[in-house]
Write a protein that binds this ligand. Sequence first.
Ligand SMILES: Cc1cc2nc3c(=O)[nH]c(=O)nc-3n(C[C@H](O)[C@H](O)[C@H](O)COP(=O)(O)O)c2cc1C
Length: 186
Amino acid sequence: MHLAIVIGTNRAGSLSARLAASAAQAYEKLEVSVDLMDLEQVLSPDFLAPTAYKQPSPAVTAAVDRFLAADGVVFVVPEYNGSYPGALKLFIDMLPYPAGFDNRPCAFIGLAAGRFASLRAVEHFQQVAGYRNALQFPRRVLISDSYQQFDANGLKDPELAQRLAEQASGFVDFVKVVGGKAAKTR
Ligand SMILES: Cc1cc2nc3c(=O)[nH]c(=O)nc-3n(C[C@H](O)[C@H](O)[C@H](O)COP(=O)(O)O)c2cc1C
């Protein structure tokens, strides 16, 4: 099984990137191959080219192909202004329709500085994924007070790490059962 983990922001030094690294470790323990797609690296200025929708540059095409290669996708969704980041929307707007989301298993992890734990952001994003017929894994992990949650080794709270591990093992089982129908090419 091959999964992508999309870090849903391009912000330098984001905590979402650190959380995604913890999630990737949980999947690697399950011997799943993981492509950590960090929008800080993936999103080049090519994504803003007015021609990118119909004539994507090689950089945009390469990023889209990485996404399409995944049997399932885990989205790490930070809360920005009460929703998910524009950087994440820009990325998914470059995915081909219907190949991008249709029948693709997706799981969601939310992270916010505030106390609402990115619930709004994740649910806004889930509306979009649902509209595009993603197969949504119901068990989400939502984390508040982001700036208190990490030390040099990653997540400080073992209970949160345990929730990530449980989501990972559940999502792997989910992909085995419902996956396999998403397009691997555009
Ligand atoms: C542009 C911007 C808007 C933000 N808006 C919110 C918000 O509405 N609610 C909130 O709890 N945190 C907000 N934050 C804080 C992020 O949730 C926080 O930085 C968290 O760690 C996840 O984002 P990160 O991966 O960029 O670190 C915002 C951060 C940025 C950069």
